[in-house]
Design a binder for this molecule. Structure first.
Ligand SMILES: *Cc1c(COP(=O)(O)O)cnc(C)c1O
Length: 370
């Protein structure tokens, strides 16, 4: 492909010397799990997000699941409680809920921003509702003001799935600093990507952070003393060291993504390609640039013919997946329509001006089949 969707090799090649030096430091240290690199990264990432605590874990899915699990240990959630979640998210948001034997209640998004619609959230609140999981989908902050009001009014936990939103901010407040707790993913393709899997829980709640830290380590905070039936899900020293190098460059990378998105929004003007709506420029970290087209598959083929790779996030919503037969009856026509229309254009911190122009030109020459 002439214009790849995302080039992880190129992204990391920019810091190859620093990354290799950091990996060498860990190799030479002889200490590979729960060491100084992790402690330093947790401190640096908490400071970046503007919260008191960060706890490094194995994946973004584990970060989400461990937040819910820790709230169960604290008595704030019990099996069978309902968690409201956007219907059009990545399935991991749902998996974290159901693996804790909580019940995901999917609701419709605002079709302009793709983010969860607070009016639909309020309509879905019932006697078993205990939490809202807000997803900052594609990198744009959900409407945390409205969701915060609902959470206070109905006494619900507000949890952020910030796996796509590293660096999104509103009035200087970063993704991860709005809810009671937030989960991040450091999967290589995310805005802040490790060189393998990784995740983190961030929160101002010291008790919650302590529980998550114990749960990720066999339910133990003192060796061979186990308070909970935990699991093993830790961010290892090599990944923590990689992330410390890349965290220093995160703001530059997000700034470049914003520039790319601006060029796309200025350059693409087509009756059958609908551009994403942006509530506030800083509130979008542009993990993905997602357009809508009623002829999505034809547009994707047209781009492909021009050497441009695109992707679909996501082709099938969680409630229509074979994994969730119990949700098959959910009435989410808007969510289902979006999954047929969304297309993600190339986006990333190494996408060149020339490539951006090629994507724009290809979009402009798209002839919508009848
Ligand atoms: C990537 C992602 C996750 C899961 O993160 P992993 O590190 O891949 O487990 C969860 N939610 C959303 C919205 C994501 O994009």
């Amino acid at each position: 492909m002439d214009v790849p969707f995302l080039d992880a090799r190129e992204i990391n090649a920019r810091y190859a010397d620093e990354l290799k030096a950091a990996a060498g430091r860990v190799i030479d240290s002889g200490w590979y799990v729960l060491g100084d690199e992790l402690v330093a990264f947790e401190r640096e990432f908490a400071a970046y997000c503007g919260v008191r605590h960060a706890v490094g874990v194995g994946t973004g899915l584990d970060a989400l699941a461990l937040i819910l699990r820790a709230y169960k240990e604290l008595g704030a959630l019990v099996e069978g409680d309902e968690v409201i979640v956007p219907g059009n998210t990545f399935i991991a948001s749902f998996l974290a809920i159901s693996e804790n034997r909580l019940v995901p209640v999917p609701v419709e998004p605002d079709p302009a921003t793709f983010n969860i619609d607070p009016a639909c959230v309020e309509a879905a609140i019932g006697p078993r509702t205990r939490a809202i999981m807000a997803v900052h989908l594609y990198g744009q902050l959900a409407d945390m003001t409205a969701l915060g009001v609902l959470a206070r009014q109905y006494n619900l936990l507000l949890i952020e799935d910030a796996a796509q939103a590293h660096g999104a901010a509103s009035d200087g407040r970063k993704a991860g600093a709005f809810g009671d707790a937030a989960a991040f993913s450091f999967f290589p393709a995310k805005n802040l990507g490790a060189l393998g899997d990784g995740g983190a829980v961030v929160t101002d709640n010291g008790l919650l952070a302590e529980r998550v830290a114990a749960l990720r380590n066999y339910g133990s905070s003192v060796k061979y003393h186990h308070l909970y039936q935990g699991l093993n899900s830790r961010l290892d020293e090599i990944q923590a060291a990689m992330l410390r190098v890349k965290l220093k460059h995160l703001d530059e990378d997000v700034a470049w993504r914003r520039k790319v998105s601006q060029r796309y929004r200025e350059g693409i003007d087509h009756p059958h390609i609908r551009l994403p709506a942006v509530a506030q420029e800083q509130a979008h970290a542009w993990h993905l640039f997602v357009v809508r087209s009623p002829r999505r598959d034809a547009l994707r083929q047209h781009l492909q013919a021009h050497g441009i790779q695109s992707q679909v996030h996501y082709p099938v919503p969680p409630h229509c997946q074979p994994a969730y037969p119990e949700l098959r009856g959910a009435h989410l026509p808007l969510t289902e329509q979006l999954h047929d229309e969304v297309l993600s254009l190339p986006m990333g911190p190494t996408l060149t001006d020339g490539s951006v122009e090629r994507v724009i030109d290809a979009c402009q020459t798209f002839e919508c089949p009848a």
